[in-house]
Design a binder for this molecule. Structure first.
Ligand code: PMP
Length: 411
């Protein structure tokens, strides 16, 4: 409130903004994160992929060869609003790794999957429409939904993912109240922030409910190929074509800097997505698309993903071990089978957002759980990322967090 009042007084343009601009909120913890980036602080807060294992010489050579080849002038020119045909074919090969059979015509290339979220929300949501999302859910998706003035209703999760009965209840109750439930947004693999995987049984049940109630599913799967236990579940999209929009990304399996993601959608939706993409960007960046396409052609990308998986597994294991050692009684945490995140539940009475400045003073940072809810839940939770720091730093960060928590219980 204080923050909003200050904005109103100082911003000379306040009265001119569209209503949707007020749905765009600065993260409550952004200022602290600037401090958290200081080298003495172990940051378990961000979700940056660790690209240290990418062979940069190979990337440099491939890009240089590409730019001097006949593809070069095309990479430096405007392109198709749907994305380059060659890359869309390669994207279908990547999706085949998760059991998805798709046609390149149904793929729209986006500026990261973040833009996929934006385009999907833009074409489906009017202000006041409902989007269902897991509790907790990805902060970047929640902010996109808010920017289109959609109302987010969370659906409970347990260790196997979304609870089907709660999903059915939500769809039926909201519809009976006259609400338009536009889609379910789900991250079935290694949910950001909870690290939870939706079991195969649950995937089938969720799909069953979607078919029964006519619910559209938006399946967001940037971490799917980063499974750490040798078990990969089929994507929901591999079981249903017409009611699922699927989003993928090269951010975690190659590099986030190129900002290349995609949406796989039924034909009619794909046409709307391309129109929305043209009005947003004319065409998604051609240079990035040729770069990613060349990488996939010249490099053994499947092996590269194995290398990434080995690195993330070591970090995840370091975090889980340190948590067992340093967390006080009354805390519990998830055991992710892939992805980047562990979701920590603190002993009763501790507020993770209030504690953050004290944690940063003790040189460790995390993301408070409240960031991942559209309502006020999550105060007893913390998202810990193991993707970026070394195993030693992770261990030290968790140790420092344990110190803070022990002090906190004595307050
Ligand atoms: N979805 C989820 C669940 C994510 O965690 C992220 C990135 N943190 C994104 C989408 C966006 O990724 P990108 O735009 O880099 O593809």
């Amino acid at each position: 409130m204080e923050h909003q009042r200050r904005d109103t007084r100082l911003d000379l343009y306040h009265d001119r903004y569209a209503a949707r601009a007020f749905g765009m909120k600065e993260s409550a913890v952004r200022a602290l994160f600037a401090v958290a980036n200081r080298p003495e602080v172990v940051s378990l807060a961000g979700g940056m992929p660790n690209i240290a294992d990418l062979p940069l010489d190979m990337v440099a050579d491939a890009l240089s060869d590409m730019i001097q080849s006949p593809a070069g002038p095309k990479a430096l020119q405007y392109g198709s609003g749907q994305g380059e045909p060659m890359l869309r074919e390669q994207i279908c090969e990547v999706m085949a790794e998760e059991g998805i059979r798709a046609h390149p015509d149904d793929v729209t290339v986006t500026v990261g999957s973040q833009q996929g979220l934006d385009l999907i929300t833009r074409i489906f949501c009017d202000p006041g429409d409902v989007v269902l999302a897991e509790a907790p859910s990805y902060v970047g998706a929640l902010s996109t939904f808010a920017s289109y003035q959609a109302e987010v209703v969370h659906v409970e999760m347990d260790d196997d993912g979304l609870v089907p009965e709660r999903l059915r209840e939500a769809v039926l109750t909201l519809t009976a109240r006259g609400k338009k439930v536009k889609f379910l947004y789900t991250i079935p693999n290694y949910n950001n922030p909870s690290g939870i995987t939706m079991s195969l049984e649950r995937r089938k049940q969720v799909l069953e409910i979607a078919r029964e109630t006519g619910l559209l599913i938006v399946e967001d799967n940037p971490y799917g190929l980063l499974d750490l236990e040798g078990e990969r579940l089929p994507a929901i999209r591999s079981m249903e074509n017409d009611q699922v929009l699927y989003m993928g990304s090269f951010s975690k399996t190659f590099s986030p800097g190129f900002r290349v993601g995609w949406v796989l959608a039924p034909h009619a939706v794909r046409e709307k997505l391309v129109l929305a993409q043209e009005s947003a960007t004319l065409s998604p960046p051609t240079f990035s698309q040729y770069a990613v396409s060349t990488y996939l052609k010249v490099h053994d990308w499947r092996h590269q993903i194995v290398v990434f998986r080995d690195m993330y597994r070591e970090r995840r294991d370091a975090m889980l071990k340190a948590l067992t050692e340093y967390m006080p009684a009354g805390s519990s945490w998830t055991h992710p089978k892939g992805g980047f995140f562990v979701w920590l539940t603190l002993p009763a009475g501790i507020d993770s957002q209030a504690m953050l400045p004290r944690a940063v003073t003790n040189r460790v940072a995390y993301t408070p759980g409240t960031a991942f809810y559209a309502d006020d839940l999550g105060a007893r939770n913390i998202r810990l990322s193991y993707c970026y720091p070394t195993p030693e730093r992770i261990r030290e960060g968790v140790r420092r967090l344990g110190e803070v928590l022990n002090r906190e219980s004595q307050l």
